[in-house]
Design a protein around this ligand. Structure first.
Ligand code: IDP
Ligand code: MG
Length: 198
């Protein structure tokens, strides 16, 4: 039998959430984690981590030797943007806090967990540009950087933009782990669940 409080979860929707270096430096770690906790998300992974350059962007050696993991860099989709170099400097400039969150576990439907957590986390996080992020969202309340002095928005937190990207960012394929390695995630079931979902 599974240990108490542990549920299996292979296909559960998960969001990769990361407190960026400005969030850590500004002492916002507790505040940001707290917002997801209060919403009722389940924390499945958590660590303080220094992002190496080749995780953020494509590095020559990886392209040359391991083309099949070419697509694994975190910000690969943004590599042609003018702000890309400063984005890489920003994200590698100090420690980040890496998190994996899911939403509810609906017990009567057999561990049907995570539905909508990616979109829901994006709503809590708010718009990419902190000036456009609504008050009440994390970026709207806690970030101000407009890009005038530094061309990359410093917006304190990252959240996956789709369930597939959530998988890509979190995972665990051989040689292709992005932010977490196998064994670093903790599957468990919160006692709050019956009070969050019917
Ligand atoms: P997201 O973080 O809201 O998902 P993405 O488009 O994935 O936004 O961009 C990743 C990060 O790159 C942003 O969080 C922000 O730090 C930076 N960024 C995105 N678009 C811009 C821009 O137009 N100007 C400056 N920085 C940007
Ligand atoms: Mg994004």
């Amino acid at each position: 039998a599974a240990p108490r409080g542990i549920v299996a979860s292979s296909e559960v929707e998960q969001s990769y959430i990361m407190i960026k270096p400005d969030g850590v430096q500004r002492g916002l770690v507790g505040e940001i984690i707290s917002r997801f906790e209060k919403k009722g998300f389940l924390l499945k992974g958590l660590k303080l981590f220094r992002c190496p350059k080749d995780l953020a962007q494509v590095c020559f050696i990886r392209i040359y030797y391991l083309p099949f993991i070419f697509s694994q860099e975190h910000y690969k989709d943004l590599k042609d943007k003018p702000f890309f170099p400063t984005l890489i400097d920003y994200i590698t400039s100090g420690p980040v806090v890496c998190m994996v969150s899911t939403s509810f576990v609906i017990l009567s439907c057999k561990a049907w967990e995570g539905a909508g957590v990616v979109a829901s986390a994006r709503k809590l996080i708010g718009a990419t540009n902190p000036l456009q992020a609504e008050p009440g969202t994390i970026r709207g309340d806690l970030a101000v950087q407009t890009g005038r002095s530094a061309p990359t928005f410093m917006n304190v937190v990252h959240g996956s933009d789709s369930p597939d990207n959530g998988k890509r960012e979190i995972v665990t394929l051989l040689f292709a782990a992005l932010w977490f390695k196998e064994g670093e995630l903790c599957q468990w079931e919160s006692v709050q669940t019956p009070w969050l979902v019917e």
